[in-house]
Design a protein around this ligand. Structure first.
Ligand code: ATP
Length: 402
């Protein structure tokens, strides 16, 4: 499909003030960044704009400060780490209201090729409501706007959508372009066979994803908690497993849809079972493995079984394109992570284009050390899911067309 939006390669920002919306929403523990993937992913765009000789003004949200300054959600640690990663000072221009006269003065004083970082955009209550005043404040700082925040692209906020109404030139950055090229090509023009693997807790969270992917893929694989609603819809006993009884008809519809489209829809054939959910989640646990047509009424299913893992791994290995979103079981527990690990391993070993749809599956793949074996790991869980649903993302739509 390719992205028909103006990109940073289509502009030269020499001598211009360029506001860049990044996704610096990184996990912090006691002021330390515990996963800097999103910072690393933002570097190519920042470097290009600096190389042009632009005055680079970075902005992002971090966590949910709910419209007021929260010191623990300040972007200050991000400025420090970005300076190290870039080998160039990123000056943090802190303001409790993000943009004020002192911030404007700091921006006016910038030389070509310098970088500043604004404070957490969600310190302003209007940010998540796409309010006009804050959009104008942000726009007043810059001549050009670049959106490189894929992780927020499914939301219409001031710093990624509102601001574009008040700046003439609005482009997307390299990360945005890469995310959309990978996800877009995989879904719209996949090299076949195209296998989609969905897991995670609830069917309800992924209704539209299941329906849309069924139309696009050759094989849809279901694992994780959502599988048990499908199994129950097929008339099987699932004991005390996670089930959404309000979605049984939906699952039946999807099974029928797969059949009428001639698509394969794979469900677990065996499962890990236990008497109760592990508490705490990583507690020691005794599990048995049973076939899915023999689940006793007093147990619950917490992971796919070894036979299923092998079938899923085989399906992934014969694919040319694989998209994966959501774990196959309660992967936070080492005993119940085996199904998720087996799928991650199969994806790491195949030559297919492998795309991980962010969130838990991305974290799992990275923790297992398979990160560099995947073709693409999305930096946006929610945004990638909405993309897989076939929705247009407001943050992308707001950029100028080529
Ligand atoms: P991703 O983050 O990759 O997009 P997700 O976050 O959408 O995936 P969720 O719907 O949040 O996925 O589900 C992840 C959770 O599902 C994990 O915490 C996992 O423990 C839980 N889970 C997986 N399998 C089961 C199961 N059989 N029973 C109960 N919970 C499960």
């Amino acid at each position: 499909m390719g992205l028909n939006k103006k990109s940073v390669d289509d502009i030269n920002v020499k001598g211009q003030k360029v506001l860049v919306r990044c996704d610096f929403n990184v996990p912090l523990k006691e002021g330390k960044i515990t996963d800097e993937n999103r910072l690393v992913a933002a570097l190519p765009t920042i470097k290009k704009l600096v190389a042009d000789g632009g005055k680079v003004i970075l902005c992002s949200h971090l966590g949910k400060p709910k419209g007021e300054p929260k010191p623990e959600l300040s972007l200050a640690p991000v400025a420090v780490r970005l300076s190290e990663l870039l080998g160039q000072e990123v000056k943090f221009v802190a303001s409790p209201v993000v943009v004020d006269d002192s911030v404007k003065a700091a921006v006016e004083a910038m030389n070509d090729g310098e970088i500043v970082l604004l404070e957490n955009t969600r310190y302003r209550a209007e940010e998540t409501k796409n309010g006009e005043a804050f959009s104008k404040d942000l726009a007043s700082l810059a001549d050009v706007f670049v959106n490189d925040a894929f992780g927020t692209a499914h939301r219409a906020h001031c710093s990624n959508v509102g601001v574009t109404e008040f700046i003439d030139t609005c482009a997307v950055g390299y990360l945005m372009q890469k995310e959309i090229d990978f996800l877009g090509n995989a879904v719209e023009t996949p090299v076949r066979p195209f296998v989609a693997i969905l897991g995670g807790a609830k069917v309800a969270d992924k209704l539209n994803v299941i329906s849309n992917l069924l139309e696009k893929c050759d094989t849809l694989i279901i694992g994780g908690g959502m599988a048990y609603t499908f199994l129950k819809a097929k008339g099987l006993e699932v004991g005390a497993s996670l089930v959404d009884d309000t979605k049984l008809d939906y699952c039946k519809e999807m099974l029928a849809k797969a059949e009428s489209l001639g698509k394969q829809l794979l469900l677990p054939v065996d499962t890990a079972i236990a008497k109760s959910f592990p508490n705490p989640i990583d507690a020691e646990i005794d599990v048995d493995y049973v076939d899915c047509d023999a689940i006793p009424a007093d147990v619950l299913g917490l992971d796919i079984g070894p036979k299923t893992a092998e079938i899923y791994a085989e399906a992934a290995k014969t694919a040319k394109t694989v998209v994966w979103n959501g774990p196959m079981g309660v992967f936070e527990n080492p005993v119940l992570a085996k199904g998720t690990i087996a799928v991650a391993k199969a994806l790491a070993e195949t030559d297919a284009t492998t795309i991980i749809g962010g969130g838990d599956s991305a974290a799992a793949v990275n923790q297992l050390g398979f990160g560099d074996k995947m073709s693409h790991i999305s930096t946006g869980g929610g945004a990638s899911l909405e993309f897989l649903e076939g929705k247009e993302l407001p943050g992308v739509a707001a950029a100028n067309d080529k």
